[in-house]
Design a protein around this ligand. Structure first.
Ligand code: TYD
Length: 415
């Protein structure tokens, strides 16, 4: 079910304008089971996907909300599939680890980040707790021996957690806030959870990066908000939280990391960043034209490669892959397979466009050729270097490209 927005998710104004319409799209993480011949094909629900902006506070968000239970209760992204991500998020917690007290990761996924942190905690009095709504991921976290509270984070969840474990000295909330339909309730929960002298670290994709990189494939139903520093700061301030520092990060295609505290006002370093931001004057018509051009070039390139008899496979059955394939109408006539290392995606089909998802080690059998595919189209482009570094030894003759048709060469050094 999807519900059309009647007021802005931050300031509650009803003064909202359309920016970019991606049409009716399936849920980007809803991979489908292949049907046997003779069985009826199950119809996949599709929902409108429209980016809008609040004319008052300027927050950029989706026009429709799909019920979170439909998207997150059974979730197929496992942080463990990207050791680089695990190291990245564990290093944030390790850097600010208090001497004692509660450390919470909201959106703790399969527990792999907190598992990595455990090694650093040793015998100190620090207690680690994950919070995540997905049952399948919480089960995985338990097998990693990571204490996890299985729930959507909200003011009510925060009250329960504080009652059981006390307030938190450090809270990490990375790549979560963009998924939250009721922002004001969620942030009220953060305020409640954070100890008076506690540090809250929020990492979110930066909307300017989405615009500059033409990352239209990061727009999907799960991501209801696309943050600027200005809007994030105003949201925090509304709930008595203050942004003391903003850092830009390269990870996940360009994110902002904010340090947030319960008092003291916004830090000076935040102000110049907000002043440099220009979310008011972004030309979304230009964006739409450029996306149309990317679609045309990518489709033409795939069609030409097919005519030349080249074998092309997609890499990364990410949500952004589903958006790209559906928006560009790349069905199995142009691309047959998508490789992904996540075991519970393998054997299923991409939502809407139905490419079969296969394990990296199965590729040899399927292609039945020694040289491997001529081209790998890296759909999970935020992991491009990590993927190329991993695969180029196996496939030395393969060209790795991203959807904008840029060839990726992995740098030799590790991050
Ligand atoms: P993700 O980064 O979560 O993108 P999105 O938010 O758009 O879903 O997903 C990356 C996908 O790529 C995930 O399914 C795992 C896969 N992957 C591999 O198959 N091999 C790899 O080496 C890496 C890094 C990721």
């Amino acid at each position: 079910m999807s519900i059309e927005l009647s007021k802005c998710r931050i300031c509650e104004s009803s003064n909202i304008t359309d920016l970019f319409d991606l049409g009716e799209q399936p849920l980007a993480n809803a991979l489908v089971y292949p049907v046997l011949p003779g069985q009826l094909n199950v119809s996949e629900p599709k929902y409108p996907l429209v980016l809008v902006q609040c004319e008052d506070c300027k927050h950029i968000q989706l026009k429709h909300t799909v019920t979170p239970e439909e998207m997150f209760v059974d979730y197929h992204f496992h942080t463990a599939s990207s050791p680089r991500m695990v190291r990245h998020f564990a290093s944030i917690i390790n850097k600010f680890l208090p001497k004692d007290g509660l450390v919470v990761e909201i959106g703790s996924n399969d527990g792999s980040v907190l598992e990595e942190v455990t090694n650093n905690v040793g015998t100190s009095d620090v207690r680690l707790l994950g919070i995540d709504p997905s049952r399948n991921l919480c089960d995985e976290a338990f097998t990693r021996k990571v204490a996890t509270h299985c729930a959507f984070f909200s003011k009510e969840t925060a009250q329960g957690v504080v009652g059981l474990y006390g307030k938190a000295k450090l809270v990490l909330c990375a790549n979560v806030l963009g998924h939250v339909p009721d922002l004001n309730d969620f942030v009220a929960g953060l305020k409640l959870l954070l100890a008076d002298d506690g540090l809250l670290i929020i990492e979110v994709p930066h909307v300017l990066e989405l615009y500059d990189r033409l990352a239209f494939d990061t727009i999907y139903h799960e991501h209801v908000s696309y943050f600027s520093i200005k809007c994030l700061t105003e949201l925090m301030n509304k709930h008595g939280l203050y942004v003391t520092c903003v850092e830009k990060q390269e990870v996940h295609g360009g994110t902002i990391r904010c340090h947030i505290r319960s008092h003291g006002g916004n830090g000076w370093s935040v102000i110049p960043d907000i002043l440099r931001e220009d979310i008011v004057n972004l030309d979304w018509h230009y964006f739409e034209v450029q996306v149309g051009l990317l679609k045309y070039k990518l489709r033409s390139a795939l069609a030409n490669m097919m005519l030349e008899g080249k074998q092309v496979v997609g890499y990364g059955a990410a949500a952004k892959a589903a958006v790209l394939l559906n928006y560009c109408n790349i069905t199995t006539d142009l691309l047959q397979y998508v490789v992904d290392c996540t075991w519970d995606k393998q054997g299923k089909l991409m939502p809407g466009t139905h490419q079969k998802v296969i394990a990296p080690e199965k590729l040899w059998d399927i292609l039945q050729q020694q040289a491997g595919p001529e081209v790998m189209l890296i759909l999970a482009w935020n992991h491009a270097e990590e993927i190329v570094r991993k695969e180029q030894n196996k496939y030395p003759n393969t060209t790795f490209i991203t959807p904008d048709l840029i060839t990726v060469q992995a740098r030799a050094q590790k991050d």
